[in-house]
Design a protein around this ligand. Structure first.
Ligand SMILES: Cc1cc2nc3c(=O)[nH]c(=O)nc-3n(C[C@H](O)[C@H](O)[C@H](O)COP(=O)(O)OP(=O)(O)OC[C@H]3O[C@@H](n4cnc5c(N)ncnc54)[C@H](O)[C@@H]3O)c2cc1C
Length: 377
């Protein structure tokens, strides 16, 4: 295929597509808003699943590099009641299909696998315009433009490419996460570290929860979940971290101190992350010369699949284009016809997972789900 592929967004999805195209000798450029790979902390541990994320990395020829990133023992999972009682505790015996890696390290192996000039940093797209016959013009905030015969929006939740295909925009799900980090946990925060254990911990009650990961470098990374309106969160001044922590922890009155410490002892400023989603089953009629992948196509509330799906989309789209070098439209049709139901199914499963996590029977609903199918999110 001689068509030069233009990707907007160097997240895990866009980079996986770029890598698969590169492996097949298809010319590609990725335009990324961030100024460098280090511009933003790529915090967070991701479990990479054997049925999507790992397959994508295999298609990208990066399985060995991925294996080198796996954090041993981090697949351990436990569910706690609000008083700290352990209701479910599954150690990591090394046989699970969801090994954990740091997101930044995963992004880096993808970047390292591409020629240096593939990703153009500091190129934030401000808008896109159809030129006809499958061609598009991409405009950057610096005033520059490029034209392309194949444009892929891998630019996440607030995609600038999406309006070429659909009017949908993400809507607030009714729930937000508040993010905290506790560093040097074993020595500085031993009670909280013990409560979290070696991997993932879910302390839950209807409508709320404290979910933490024991990450590399002895860091406890926590998402505090609250089912509240955006107006409710707007009354909290997150620029005053101590006051914000004091307000958030009031919602966990009576919870075990080793759990509330994950809020009040944060070593970083609390960050509010409103959870937004596209409508389940979001799709569009085929538009020549452009498509979307990952969150740009099927953003849903975090359910442990988003990064995996973005990479899988990227790999599948890359394979489809490589298999049909003379018929881009057929390749895009094939990719989208499989991607739409895949995204919808994951979003539906995610809605059910949120019910297990935060519904009226939490935390027992999550324990029952784990016991029923030995599934961890
Ligand atoms: C709190 C939270 C926790 C999560 N936990 C998990 C988890 O444990 N496991 C999991 O699988 N998923 C998780 N997810 C979901 C996951 O983060 C996303 O689904 C995944 O990152 C989507 O990848 P992507 O490549 O489609 O988009 P993104 O990762 O959003 O990448 C998009 C890229 O495009 C760039 N960009 C955006 N706009 C422009 C523009 N105008 N011009 C140029 N570049 C642009 C961005 O800077 C970014 O680099 C979580 C999400 C949240 C919010």
């Amino acid at each position: 295929m001689n068509t030069h592929v233009t990707i907007v967004g160097a997240g895990l999805g866009g980079l996986t597509l770029a890598r698969v195209l590169y492996v097949h000798g298809i010319p590609v450029t990725v335009y990324e808003a961030e100024s460098s790979p280090m511009a933003r902390a790529q915090g967070g541990m991701l479990d990479i699943h054997d049925y999507n994320g790992q397959l994508a990395l295999e298609t990208a020829g990066l399985t060995e590099e991925f294996r080198g990133l796996i954090l041993e023992g981090r697949q351990a999972t436990r569910v706690l009641d609000r008083d700290g009682t352990v209701l479910f505790d599954q150690p990591d015996d090394g046989t699970g299909g969801r090994p954990e890696v740091q997101r930044g390290a995963l992004r880096q192996i993808l970047l390292d696998s591409l020629p240096a000039d593939t990703v153009r940093w500091n190129r934030k797209v401000s808008g896109v315009r159809a030129l006809g016959e499958g061609r598009h013009e991409v405009t950057f905030v610096d005033g520059g433009t490029v034209t392309t015969s194949l444009l892929v929006g891998a630019d996440g939740a607030w995609s600038r490419v999406r309006p070429l295909l659909s009017d949908a925009t993400p809507e607030y799900t009714g729930r937000s996460f508040v993010e905290t980090y506790l560093y040097d946990a074993d020595t500085r925060h031993p009670a909280a570290a013990k409560a979290v254990g070696g991997g993932s911990m879910f302390a839950l009650a209807p409508g709320k929860g404290i979910q933490a990961h024991h990450e590399s470098g002895d860091t406890l990374h926590t998402y505090v979940a609250l089912t509240e309106s955006q107006d409710w969160f707007a009354t909290i001044d997150f620029t005053d971290s101590a006051a914000a922590a004091a307000r958030i922890v009031r919602e966990f009155d009576g919870w075990a101190p080793e759990l509330t410490a994950l809020i009040t002892d944060s070593d970083t400023a609390l960050v509010l992350r409103p959870l937004t989603a596209l409508p389940i089953g979001h799709g569009w009629d085929r538009v020549p010369g452009v498509t979307l992948l990952g969150d740009a196509a099927h953003l849903s509330a975090p359910n442990g699949e988003g990064a995996n799906l973005a990479m899988y989309d990227g790999a599948e789209l890359g394979k489809a284009l490589a298999a049909r070098p003379d018929d881009i439209e057929a390749a895009l049709t094939e990719y989208e016809q499989a991607m739409f139901p895949r995204g919808a199914e994951a979003a539906t499963d995610g809605t059910q997972l949120h019910e297990f996590l935060f519904g009226d029977n939490a935390p027992h609903s999550l324990v029952a789900a784990f016991l029923a199918d030995d599934q961890t999110p």
